[in-house]
Design a protein around this ligand. Sequence first.
Ligand SMILES: Cc1cc2nc3c(=O)[nH]c(=O)nc-3n(C[C@H](O)[C@H](O)[C@H](O)COP(=O)(O)O)c2cc1C
Length: 150
Amino acid sequence: MADWDPIAEVKNHPDIHIPIFGNGDIDSPEKALAYKEKYGVDGIMIGRAAIGYPWIFNEIKHYLKTGEKLPVPTIADRVEVSKKHLAFSVEWKGERKGLFEMRRHYTNYFKGVPDFKPFRTKLVEIERYDEVLEVLNQIEDKFSGIFRKE
Ligand SMILES: Cc1cc2nc3c(=O)[nH]c(=O)nc-3n(C[C@H](O)[C@H](O)[C@H](O)COP(=O)(O)O)c2cc1C
């Protein structure tokens, strides 16, 4: 558990006049608002909660501005962003290493999808880029009803 008390101490110090940002354990819009109010920080940074869930930034910004929760990303959103992440990974590190390093992220991108395990197994075993893309397309088709926006 991150200890935010020293952050508040710095923020409330009479001689400190720079913006103070806090971070540690923020993983939802509600928590971001609660910590912002409790500790009086000027900004919040997000680490682990953004891994495989980059939507967290917009979700928090929207909630702080409007008090409303955005709908969660659809399966199509998740497939689109994981394909983009994969493409950057391959572009940066080459096909083999790029595919390999992406493997750890699928669980987070598809968290909450029921019976996802067989697909995850395929994603982490396949060694060709075009085949991974094919499995991602299958995931989009099979789970299209999940996370549907109202
Ligand atoms: C994959 C990963 C890499 C990190 N690398 C660094 C780093 O290089 N330097 C650093 O000061 N903190 C690093 N951190 C710590 C984060 O900046 C952050 O303080 C910590 O994860 C707590 O915030 P969180 O609960 O939002 O993840 C890293 C965290 C993660 C998960």
